[in-house]
Design a protein around this ligand. Sequence first.
Ligand SMILES: Nc1ncnc2c1ncn2[C@@H]1O[C@H](COP(=O)(O)OP(=O)(O)OP(=O)(O)O)[C@@H](O)[C@H]1O
Ligand SMILES: [Mg+2]
Length: 465
Amino acid sequence: MKPDPPTVLIVDDQPLNIDLLEQELGAAGYRTLAERGGEAALARAAAAAPDLILLDVMMPGIDGYETCRRLKAHEATKSIPVIFLTALKETFEKVRAFELGAVDYVTKPFESEELLARVGTHVALRREIEAHRRSKATIRVLVEQMRDDGDPLIGESAALARVREQIAQVAATDSTVLIEGETGTGKELVARAIHAQSARRERALVKLNCAALPHELVESELFGHEKGAFTGAHQQRRGRFELADGGSLLLDEVGELPLAAQAKLLRVLQEREFERVGGTHALRVDVRVIAATNRDLQAEVAAGRFRADLYFRLHVFPIRLPPLRERRDDIPRLLQHVAARIARRLGRQVEGIAPAFVERARAHAWPGNVRELENVVERALIMSPGGLLDGDGGLAAAPAFHTGSTDADPAQAASLLEVERAHIRRALEATRWTIEGEAGAARRLGLNPSTLRGRMRKLGIRKGA
Ligand SMILES: Nc1ncnc2c1ncn2[C@@H]1O[C@H](COP(=O)(O)OP(=O)(O)OP(=O)(O)O)[C@@H](O)[C@H]1O
Ligand SMILES: [Mg+2]
């Protein structure tokens, strides 16, 4: 794309000077505008927004200085660079001119090369500054969007209300946070919310996934390295702790950190200082650490895989994210939220979510938690061109009963509904399907008889069926 030719506003009371400047600038590819007095120049500058103003000092009416002062006082014109035009004979007040906000001056009679060089430099500079300002504005918008997108933690369950409350409490501090929860429960979402609600929100939230790195690279990623620290370290490199200075650092899957790196991390948390790998001088940083894990860290400590002292350093303010199956009441709202978001991404509409779909989702075990729910909804949306979620999104085809371990093989597992149906049938079998027996079965199952009958109706359990 070819940019518009830059526009220069010439302000001079001498028509001859204007002609001369218009010729020079025109030949060099500029567009020119001209005014013969300060007042007129102010109005013109505001209306035409030129890239630069050449301003004569001595003019009838308001002089160049006053014109410059007013240009700089006015929002619409204050960022337009002003170059003064001054005759050699004049007692030009350089310092005053610069103090008023001029960027340069040219003496008359001017040399055309010098004039063009000065005009060219300031026009280019202004364009750079404007581009920078625009990209900063764009970045601000993007940051705001990320904030908006990252924010909503959907769910009205008591467990989630508690999480929200904890986020608000800890966000106001610099304390270390440990977020514990199964895969897909929203640990990263919570980390983002803490950062976004903290005083560090304008600074970076830097993330390091401790599980995704080969052991030998973890320390260099965390702390950086000096040139030549190890084979392949061709340049000095800053680590995540340095990059997060003033902001927050999310150590994701912290349970996967090798023991050697754990010792170093402990030191940073205790002393707030560290050395780059291969470095000798200590660096101090101001970083709020948020750690996340889907492992049971206490069990890791017991097994000797995680340092107890580091565990206590991280366990300052623990937030436990409950798995989805422990807050089934959140599922309907989550389905709606997730369906709307995914539909937007796919450029589709959600017509509705059938009650049967919601029921099946409520009964599912969700070993992959909200992330699994997102996948199911996406699949269901793709399979229903009308945008009505009424299939089961593969929930029946890929039943997944949570067995307590996070890496349960879904193919081996049955859906919760199936397990419940079989379990109730077994209890009824044991009491031989008699009415009196039903009360005994209910007792065995820890249900009152009317609840048991309700479940039987719902699951279609009849003798022989
Ligand atoms: N309460 C919630 N409301 C809305 N969306 C959620 C909620 N919890 C999780 N999500 C969404 O589910 C997905 C998984 O969340 P996230 O990445 O935060 O989980 P995680 O606990 O970090 O998982 P992993 O252990 O696999 O890294 C994300 O797309 C996130 O936006
Ligand atoms: Mg995560």
